[in-house]
Unconditional design. Structure first.
Length: 245
């Protein structure tokens, strides 16, 4: 494992929060990648060393991944740069990582974790919590994964280096995505139930609530797209029905 000073690692972590700040159609998050990696390059090269500018220009080229998992690539590349690996090998290595880091992050964060965190906030509002508690709960749960993935990505990248692909395959992304999807489905059903307080005396409302819970569990075990569409329809019907009482 290649160890970097704590200050360098912290600067990389902080800069990674802004990795999409210079997003553009030409390099995507490539310039943000170089910005995040710059503390490592400065640690490895003197400011007046031409190698610093060459490395910075090379890493500012096109690159894309899920922003929360980009530190996997940043950490792995940092190790390869420290080991003086051939720049052409590093370029090919980055290209190989792009697709997997993008799809894994999209499935886990956008399709499963973020909806579940949002539904938790909505449920808290429906049960009577003040707005700042609901917002705080959403931000806390959502950013727990956000920050956790960034820290994990940097550590696993600098540890595994060229073998980071195996480390990604061994990580429990699929199981975590499945659990987040199941929890989101249950939260969606609970939101419908609390949004229809008259369900006890209204067979239609009771049917909507039951369908929401059953459909949420059933679809949550199968496909996120179908779940998002069907539960969205059920939630809207349930809320409109509850507000009309």
């Amino acid at each position: 494992m290649t160890d970097f000073p704590a200050g360098t690692s912290w600067r990389v972590m902080l800069r990674s929060l802004f990795i999409q700040g210079s997003w553009n159609y030409e390099t995507l998050i490539g310039t943000g990648f170089a910005f995040s990696l710059l503390p490592v390059l400065r640690y490895l090269h003197a400011d007046d060393d031409p190698a610093l500018r060459e490395a910075l220009a090379r890493h500012a080229e096109i690159f894309n991944s899920h922003p929360y998992l980009a530190n996997v690539a940043v950490g792995a590349v940092a190790r390869l740069e420290a080991e003086r690996v051939d720049p052409l090998v590093i370029v090919r290595f980055k290209s190989a990582l792009r697709g997997s880091l993008g799809s894994l992050g999209d499935q886990l964060v956008w399709s499963a974790w973020r909806p579940a965190a949002a539904l938790l906030g909505i449920l808290l509002l429906l049960v009577g919590a003040v707005w700042w508690v609901a917002v705080g709960a959403f931000l806390l749960v959502y950013n727990a994964l956000n920050c956790g993935l960034r820290v994990w990505g940097w550590r696993i990248g600098t540890t595994a280096g060229m073998n980071v692909g195996r480390a990604i395959r061994e990580a429990p992304f699929q199981s975590l995505t499945l659990r987040a999807t199941e929890i989101g489905s249950l939260l969606a059903g609970a939101c419908v139930a609390f949004a229809t307080p008259a369900a006890v005396n209204d067979p239609w409302a009771a049917g909507v609530n039951g369908a929401a819970v059953a459909l949420g569990i059933w679809l949550g075990l199968r496909t996120r797209r179908a779940m998002a569409f069907a539960l969205g329809v059920v939630v809207v019907i349930g809320i409109v029905n509850g507000l009309s009482k």
